[in-house]
Ligand binder design. Structure first.
Ligand SMILES: Cc1cc2nc3c(=O)[nH]c(=O)nc-3n(C[C@H](O)[C@H](O)[C@H](O)COP(=O)(O)O)c2cc1C
Length: 205
């Protein structure tokens, strides 16, 4: 599989987890890919917390279900009708959660390249997530990013204390297949925009 193949095949997976748990060797290869990401000042500010205990997965899923309800309640009725049938997580079905955290203190007070743009540390962590996501595709393993949580809850859940922040809960597991079209497009929430709308010359507008 080429990188382009993996990019085209990649999906945010919610409903296609097969119910098997990822084997340790594949999980290590995927985490190794994540850990090879570029990072500002070579700080490698990420950590990966693996959660596989079914009771812990159930506990996190219950928290996410509440946050989903709150979001649904905030929507105007016609948008709520579009949102309701959309699955937004596969926490228990995937069998594995990976919580990716960001530690701004890693690398000390003088991070080469972060002195002007503070967010570059966070950017680096997200690049590790994208590496993980594409490597998973090459392993025929699905990844679904869950962000319907209170940051404080997830920090407590994985024992991350400030200034360390949880950046993502990733549902990771073998899949029956990948959808061709993003779920949010299939369910009429929001579609991909054409590349020509995103590319500009000289000025944004
Ligand atoms: C930062 C971030 C947070 C996301 N949070 C959620 C989420 O909480 N639940 C969900 O179902 N999908 C979530 N997604 C997945 C997006 O909905 C998905 O990437 C987008 O609809 C495009 O679909 P695709 O990834 O299959 O191309 C998130 C993606 C990103 C990058």
């Amino acid at each position: 599989m080429t990188v382009y193949d993996a990019i085209r095949l990649r999906r945010d997976v919610r409903a296609e987890f097969s119910g098997e748990t990822i084997d340790d060797a594949a999980l290590t290869r995927i985490l190794d890919a994540a850990h090879r990401a570029p990072s500002v000042g070579n700080t490698q500010p990420w950590d990966f917390v693996i959660v596989q205990d079914p009771r812990r997965l159930c506990e996190f899923a219950a928290h996410v279900a509440h946050r989903r309800e709150r979001f649904a309640a905030s929507l105007p009725p016609e948008q709520r009708d579009v949102f309701n049938p959309i699955k937004i997580e596969g926490i228990q079905e995937s069998g594995t959660g990976i919580v990716v955290t960001y530690d701004p203190d890693r690398g000390g007070p003088h991070v080469l390249g972060r002195h002007t743009v503070e967010d570059t540390g966070l950017f680096s962590t997200v690049l590790a997530i994208q590496n993980l996501w594409l490597a998973a595709v090459a392993e025929r393993v699905g990844v679904g990013w869950v962000s319907f949580y209170d940051e404080e809850f997830l920090s407590d859940f994985v024992g991350a204390s400030a200034p360390v922040r949880p950046v993502a809960w990733l549902c990771v597991g073998p899949v029956t297949g990948f959808q061709h079209t993003p779920d949010l497009e299939r369910f009429g929430w929001r579609s991909r925009r054409p590349l020509s709308d995103a590319v500009h010359r000289d000025q944004l507008r």
